[in-house]
Design a protein around this ligand. Structure first.
Ligand code: ADP
Length: 247
């Protein structure tokens, strides 16, 4: 199965006269693949994934989703992708379930059609018993789970997660990892950014290492270790970038 879900060609992003956040990234992610973009803060991970979801306008380069250009075919791209952004949105005054119906509504799904899926997702992310709570009443971990639930509301084929476990405690992090593995088994294409080594090692079939806006290496974790002759992914990272991942 070699269908390409996300194709990024020569992506550049310059935010002002001096800062090139992304400097020529080429990347192809296969349908059904679990791919991790790994890099320290400021490396260009969020800029890259925000370009895929049209939140950032590239300075140069183009991006395709299932072979269709995300600019000329933006409706198609939007329907295929669900994104969980790094920053948690602050819709404090709406109940959890309502927020998921809103989200499905953005994609033209009626309440009746969305009900079964939303109930399923609420169970999956462990929020069913909290569905009537307002967002401001949720714990940090629950907010993170709600964010992923929102990304899944229209049942997208591609799930993009920007630092999905940032600031989440260890137990919840493991729950989220299990859930992401289930989604992967169901066939979803998943792209996540992380600066947690263990997260990348456990979940990702391939890892792209990004530093100073460039993709400096890309492979399976075991191939990266073998080609650099290192036994730990953090040492691979240090070797390839001269930086520590948590810099
Ligand atoms: P990461 O997600 O890897 O932490 P980002 O893509 O957020 O990296 O940032 C890459 C670089 O671009 C950083 O130097 C950051 O300060 C800069 N940057 C990100 N967003 C903006 C913006 N909206 N305006 C100006 N500079 C930005």
């Amino acid at each position: 199965m070699n269908e390409i879900a996300i194709y990024i060609n020569n992506l550049h992003k310059k935010y002002d006269q001096t800062v090139y956040a992304v400097q020529g990234i080429d990347l192809s992610i296969r349908k059904g693949e679990f791919y991790g973009l790994l890099g320290p803060n400021g490396a260009g991970k969020s800029t890259t994934i925000n370009a895929i979801t049209s939140l950032v306008r590239p300075t140069e380069g183009n991006i395709k989703v299932f072979d269709r250009d995300i600019v000329s075919d933006f409706r198609y791209a939007r329907s295929k992708i669900g994104i969980s952004p790094q920053e948690i949105s602050n819709d404090w005054f709406f109940p959890v379930e309502q927020l998921l119906y809103f989200q499905a509504g953005f994609y033209g799904i009626t309440k009746k059609d969305a009900k079964e899926r939303i109930d399923f997702i609420l169970h999956k992310v462990g929020l069913y018993n909290h569905k009537d709570k307002k967002m401001r009443q949720l714990s940090g971990g629950m907010k993170r789970r709600l964010q992923i639930a929102r990304a899944l509301a229209h049942n997208p084929e591609i799930l993009i997660l920007d630092e999905p476990t940032a600031g989440v405690d260890v137990a919840l992090r493991h729950d989220l990892w299990n859930f992401l593995q289930e989604l992967h088994k169901e066939g979803k294409t998943i792209l996540l950014t992380t600066h947690y080594i263990d997260e990348a090692e456990l979940l990702c079939e391939r890892v792209g290492i990004i530093n100073n806006g460039k993709l400096v290496a890309e492979d399976t974790v075991s191939n990266l270790k073998a080609s650099t002759n290192k036994s730990k992914l953090e040492d691979v990272f240090l070797e390839l970038t001269g930086r520590k991942l948590d810099d």
